[in-house]
Design a binder for this molecule. Structure first.
Ligand SMILES: Cc1ncc(COP(=O)(O)O)c(C=O)c1O
Length: 286
């Protein structure tokens, strides 16, 4: 596969030509925010929601953003120019280059990077094994910043334990996984942790809540004690890359029947129908 094009500060460059200064604050302080947008059939899925979250993340770290329509066009163009149909676009905006001093800079020149990669829509989704991990991240997990080292280390620990991912627990309650949100089915109800500063407001999480309401599955956003993970009939993850990923074991204990559950299957069908339905190229709300 040829190297992907890179969007860098207004230009579309061959991968090898896309370079940033060594003193970019993204590299030195993880001083940046990001989004990952999925394209289905060449069209962005929930672009408006991703842009709204990007604005919230940027405000949360006092980072001025370039105009949103430029950002949106850059992502769409990457996909169009490379003739992609199924793709994920990674967008990252850092505070840009500056001498390495901790305080924020007055007039930053943000570095904007975007890169599109082909995505696969595997069905059925691969089943997942997860372990639990103590959540040692900071208290602003609702901001989608590039500061992901705790997530990367938790993912690696899971891998070394023979699992695919880790679910973060804080004070005995389920938060989220390293790059996705967590759903449980318990006593016929679909449960997910409420939105707090300790989890990211996943776009896919929101979509699944909408779909559950539409197809009549009772839902509750409520704090989830960790031990419910072991008793649940179903557990699954949601995320832009993961889509809906069925979990078959938690800490080596089988979930439900050890197979993707019925409510999961109904939601995945509804999700597929939605992502395959024709949508306008770009929908912007608010
Ligand atoms: C920590 C974390 N939680 C949840 C999610 C899921 O968010 P989304 O559905 O918007 O991809 C992500 C996605 O990257 C994430 O990194």
């Amino acid at each position: 596969m040829p190297e992907p094009l890179v969007y860098l500060n207004g230009e579309f460059l061959p991968y090898a030509d896309a370079r940033i200064p060594v003193e970019d604050r993204g590299m030195q302080f993880a001083d940046g925010v990001y989004e990952v947008v999925r394209y289905y059939l060449g069209r962005p899925f929930r672009m408006a929601d991703h842009l709204a979250r990007l604005v919230r993340s940027a405000e949360g770290i006092e980072l001025p953003l370039p105009p949103l329509d430029l950002i949106e066009q850059a992502m769409n163009q990457l996909v169009e120019r490379q003739g992609m149909s199924e793709a994920t676009v990674y967008l990252q905006i850092t505070r840009g280059p500056a001498p390495r001093l901790h305080g924020l800079i007055d007039h930053p020149t943000p570095t904007v990077i975007a890169i599109a990669r082909p995505a696969s829509t595997t069905r059925p989704r691969p089943t997942l094994r997860v372990v639990t991990a103590s959540d040692d991240r900071w208290a602003r997990c609702y901001l989608k910043t590039t500061m992901l080292l705790p997530n990367a280390l938790a993912r690696e620990r899971a891998r070394r334990l023979g699992a695919d991912d880790a679910i973060f627990l804080r004070d005995g309650f389920v938060m989220e996984a390293t790059s996705s949100n967590v759903f449980l089915v318990r006593q016929g109800r679909l449960l997910t942790s409420p939105l707090t500063n300790y989890i990211l407001a996943g776009i896919t999480r929101g979509v699944v809540l909408e779909l559950a309401a539409q197809i009549g599955i009772p839902v509750s956003e409520e704090p989830i004690p960790a031990h419910w993970l072991y008793q649940a009939d179903e557990v699954f993850l949601t995320g832009t890359n993961t889509e809906l990923g069925p979990i078959i074991s938690v800490d080596s204990r089988s979930v439900g029947t050890g197979q993707p559950g019925a409510i999961y299957q109904r939601l995945l069908e509804a999700f597929d129908a939605l992502t395959r339905a024709s949508q306008p190229l770009s929908v912007r709300s608010g």
